[in-house]
Design a protein around this ligand. Structure first.
Ligand code: HEM
Length: 434
């Protein structure tokens, strides 16, 4: 970890120093101003009470100024949805503020999430065929196999295990390695790199450093597979579009899928288990045979937890007005997906986890042109993994107080880094996982 931190710091410092040449000093982002951190903080799983106060005052509110630009927090559902739908009015391109001069490949800022049309449209078109229901159906037995193996290993190791280490992290990580045909070794390294990618406690430093490191690995994997294409998504893209896509572009695409694919789903599995363990009725629904009820619980977990609590930062292209807010060209918008999904104008009693809540049009996967490309894969993983867990360990209990748990403090993806659980009191249940 020592060498890794040094490399990360070195790359990040170089990258951030370069941003000053474009007039914006991202180094100031080492510490986010207090007024901007509220949307990243929670009271265990709930937004802080300030979120509701701010939303009631103004669903689109100017909360700070940095580098001479207004910083706006969007916490209302209708406003968040409308802004996300209006791809033409906003830019995701953070790269425009960072000089490209002297850049090496792994330091390039990009990937789908930080790219605007027309490049975004072209890149996304490469990925969407790989995520159709037909393609995903082929992954289903793979996910089932991975989940069953984890459940067996836990039954053997239990009754006391760390659910993050034994279940929540390894399942999506192994799935995404299968999808991309990457070696599964080095899991621990990617666990810490993944968490660092979304951790804003040091502003840009950790995020950019960890990004450079992972991209280097993926660009290398693409170069290797170009010589000998694997069976996964990278190999398929190389076979079908190898002439159009260079290693860096494809490495960037793979990076979005890789990171999006394990960090977010791992948080959902950990926090989802935490919630289910406290709601026996929901746990029983997950273990039951009613597929529609299972779907409803999964959707309510997605809405209630909204692990991607803040969308990628957006910049206003032109002056605009929304909900009475006068936004200027270049202003920064923080769209709180958590704030939106917990807006009482969107769904009644929004802070209650209600496994019977009729399915909502929640924003846990975003909306508009950047909506999560892996949403259906994520849903499939959650259904299979949480259902298997509920069937195999229906009496699962959390063995730590919330105060003892290490919930992430300032991360765009909320989560917990360890979750001690007791899987069973005596013997594991004999119900089959499915
Ligand atoms: C429960 C798990 C997941 C959640 C909650 C989630 C959430 C999100 C959200 C909110 C966005 C949009 C961000 C924005 O508009 O600013 C997004 C984008 C994205 N997600 Fe996911 N995601 C999950 C799983 C996955 C998986 C499994 C994959 C890939 C296998 C994936 C790949 C991506 C990619 C590539 C984007 C960027 C899309 C674009 O910019 O066009 N995600 N995700």
């Amino acid at each position: 970890m020592g060498i890794l931190s040094t490399v990360k710091r070195r790359v990040a410092t170089r990258l951030l120093a370069r941003s000053t040449r474009k007039g914006i000093d991202l180094r100031k982002l080492r510490f986010l101003p207090d007024s901007t951190t509220m949307p990243l903080k929670r009271d265990v799983l709930d937004p802080l009470p300030e979120m509701a106060q701010v939303r009631a005052e103004a669903p689109v509110k100017r909360i700070a100024e940095m580098f001479g630009k207004g910083i706006w927090l969007v916490s209302g559902y209708d406003e968040a949805r409308a802004l996300l739908a209006n791809g033409a009015a906003l830019s995701n391109d953070l790269g425009q503020f960072v000089s490209q001069e002297g850049r090496d490949d792994s330091e390039q800022i990009g990937g789908l999430g930080m790219t605007d049309p027309p490049a975004h449209t072209a890149l996304r078109r490469y990925l969407t065929p790989e995520f159709t229901m037909r393609r995903l159906a082929r992954l289903e037995p793979v996910i089932e196999r991975i989940v069953d193996a984890r459940l067996d290993a836990m039954a053997e190791q239990g009754p006391d295990v760390d659910l993050v280490d034994q279940f929540a992290f390894p399942i999506p990580f192994e799935v995404i390695c299968e999808l991309l045909d990457l070696p599964v070794d080095d899991r621990a390294r990617f666990h810490s790199l993944g968490a660092a990618r979304f951790d804003l406690s040091q502003g840009g430093v950790g995020v950019f450093g960890a990004a450079a490191h992972t991209r280097e690995f993926l660009i290398g994997s693409v170069a290797k597979q170009r010589l000998d294409p694997g069976d996964g998504l990278i190999g398929a893209l190389l076979r079908d579009h190898g002439d159009e896509l260079d290693d860096v572009t494809l490495g960037g695409l793979a990076d979005g899928v890789f990171l999006g694919g394990y960090e977010t789903s791992a948080s959902m599995l950990a926090l989802g288990t935490y919630l289910l363990a406290q709601h026996p009725e929901a746990m029983a629904l997950m273990a039951g045979d009613d597929a529609a009820a299972v779907d409803r619980v999964v959707e309510e977990l997605l809405r209630h937890l909204t692990v991607v609590q803040l969308a990628f930062v957006r910049f206003a292209r032109d002056d605009m007005e929304i909900a009475g807010a006068q936004i200027k060209a270049g202003d920064v918008l923080g769209i709180s997906l958590l704030g939106a999904n917990r807006d009482p104008a969107f769904t009644p009693d929004p802070d209650r986890f209600d496994p019977h809540r009729p399915t909502t049009r929640h924003l846990a996967f975003g909306h508009g042109i950047h909506r999560c490309v892996g949403a259906e894969l994520a849903r499939m993983e959650l259904r299979i993994a949480l259902r298997g867990l509920a069937r195999r360990f229906p009496d699962l209990a959390i063995t730590a107080d919330p105060a003892e748990l290490d919930f992430r403090k300032l991360s765009a993806v909320y989560g917990v880094d360890a979750l001690p659980v007791r899987l069973f009191d005596d013997q594991p249940a004999t119900l089959p996982a499915r």
